[in-house]
Each structure stands twice: as C-alpha cells, then as structure tokens.
Design a protein around this ligand. Structure first.
Ligand code: BEZ
Ligand code: FE
Length: 293
C-alpha cells in the first residue's frame, strides 16, 4: 500500500480511486483535477448503469462515428455537446452577466469570420426567398447610454432552413449575413427575411441518438448576433420568434426568456414600398442589446 491507501490492484469497490491515484506524478494540477472528476463521475455512471458488454461496445461505436463524420463544416462533437445541454451550461458558467446586460446563447457552427461590412439598412437576403423583414434596435451600455462604433455581426438560415455555408453553389455567398457598425445614436437597422425553424444537422450519429431518445432535431426560428465594442465584453446571442412551434423545445436548449423578440406584421403598403419590399406588408422586429463592460 502507498500513502493514498491504494495498492495499484483493481477492485470494483475502489475502481475510481485506483485510477485517480495513478496520476500522482502529474505536474499539471488543473489536468489532474479535471481527470479525477471525470474518472470519478464516469465510474459512478458505469456502476449505476451496469452496462452489458454489447451496450458498452455500442457506446464506443457511437463515439467513433461522432469523430468520423467531423470535417471543416461538420462538428459532430459540438452537436453532441449541444443536444445534451452542455454547450449552454459552459456558456452560462463563462458568461454570468451583470444585471441588465443582454444574455448570451450558443454560437452554433455556422458563423463565418469574413462576412461583409454593409451600410446600415442593407438587405442581407440575397436569394429573394421568404417573407420580408425589417430588423431594428439599439446597442446600449448598462446605464442605457447608446454605444457608438459597436460591431454587429448577424447571420441566419434562409427560408428553407439552410445557412449559405450548408448550400455552397446553391445559395449566393454570404446570403443572410452582414456586419453593421453603429453611429453615435447606437442604432442599427437592416433588412432580411423572416427566419423559420430548422433542424440541426441530423443525418449523423447525433441525429440517430435524438430519434432514439424520442427527441426532434429542430431549433426555433432565430437570428444570430455577435455584438462587440471597445471596452465591452463581446456578446454572442440570438433573438427568437416567441410564436415558433419549437420555442419551448429547442434541440440545443439555446432559448432564454430575455431573448424572445417581438415580431410584428406591418400591413403598410407605403412603408413596405419605401423599404423596397414588394409584397405590400412586412415583418418588423425591434430589439435592443445591452453590453456589459
Ligand atoms: C445554429 O443555431 O446555427 C446551431 C446551433 C447549434 C447546433 C446547430 C446549429
Ligand atoms: Fe442558427
């Protein structure tokens, strides 16, 4: 026996302790702490589940497939973390905001770093599909003062529920993406198409798991935002349509009450025409974001 009371031999009752004790020479205290917790919890789970060897092999095959389907545009590990609520938990732990500041949510896999900067008011819908939408709001600090020079990076799926990067060669490049910079009044506005609910990529092992668990793969309609400004914490968030059928069952648990926006149908042909919308009506959504220092 050594000083930890562990003799190095494996017995079921102290299985985790034996594995953890083997890290005695680890000189990275954070890694040691993380691996001790992971080992303890994993052994705890296996002891509670008591898997058959077939079940354990099924788990190993699942994890293998999760890795094998990953490529530049497909990150199945993140999807796995998302559908288990772990992405949102990591986000919550790392972005505890002062009261009054806008809340964050998942980034998702479809952000691109080089979306074009556009003049305020531009229409980011380049494929002409969907219902016209005007998006307006302000970027404020926690005292309600407008933030000038804030960078607003927005992106959304098209009317058929796909991001441009999922349909390269089908959608125009940078469809439904844009970067806007606020002036002194902190205001932003742009034109787009009303978002719709869409499934997260569900043709891989995570999709199979969702179905096996009796869960659907849908995310309620949303617009993605990254709002940044000098001297403030960058905000990664969405606004959601509260009337969406999946608003209370987001496949990745990204919805927070404060992120529900008010999408209003505006039946004003003149105003629609002034905005360059041809249908005689449009959706209007106004949402302010409050940045924390
Ligand atoms: C998204 O909203 O783009 C997204 C988030 C998590 C997983 C898949 C997609
Ligand atoms: Fe999305």
């Amino acid at each position: 026996m050594n000083t930890t009371g562990d003799d190095g031999y494996f017995v079921e009752e102290r299985s985790a302790e034996t594995v953890i004790a083997r890290m005695r020479d680890c000189d990275d205290p954070r890694l040691k702490e993380i691996m001790a917790v992971v080992t303890r919890k994993l052994h705890e789970a296996v002891k509670e589940i008591e898997p058959t060897e077939e079940e354990w092999m099924k788990a190993i095959h699942f994890l293998t497939e999760v890795g094998q389907i990953c490529n530049e545009w497909r990150q199945e590990w993140i999807l796995f973390s998302d559908i288990l609520g772990v992405s949102m938990l990591v986000d919550a732990i790392n972005h505890r905001k002062p009261s009054g500041a806008s809340e964050s949510t998942v980034l998702g896999p479809f952000h691109v770093a080089d979306a074009p900067e556009m003049p305020m008011g531009a229409n980011i819908c380049l494929d002409g599909k969907g219902e016209d939408m005007l998006v307006t709001g302000r970027i404020l600090d926690t005292d309600g003062v407008p933030v000038a020079g804030a960078r607003i990076d927005v992106w959304q799926a098209n009317d058929e529920g796909f991001y441009d990067v999922q349909q390269k060669g089908i959608q125009p490049d940078f469809n439904l993406r844009g970067v806007f910079i606020t002036g002194d009044d902190g205001r932003y506005w742009f034109r787009a198409a009303k978002p719709k609910y869409y499934p997260i990529p569900d043709d891989g092992p995570v999709g199979q798991l969702l179905r096996a668990m009796g869960r659907h793969p849908y995310r309620p309609a949303h617009l993605h935002y990254i709002v940044s400004a000098r001297g403030f914490t960058t905000l990664v968030t969405h606004i959601f349509d509260p009337d969406d059928p999946y608003i209370r069952s987001d496949a990745v648990f990204g919805v927070k009450e404060s992120l529900l926006a008010d999408f209003q149908r505006v039946e004003d042909a003149e105003k629609a025409g002034d905005l360059g919308f041809t249908g005689g009506w449009f959706w209007s959504v106004n949402h302010d974001f409050v940045l924390a220092r």
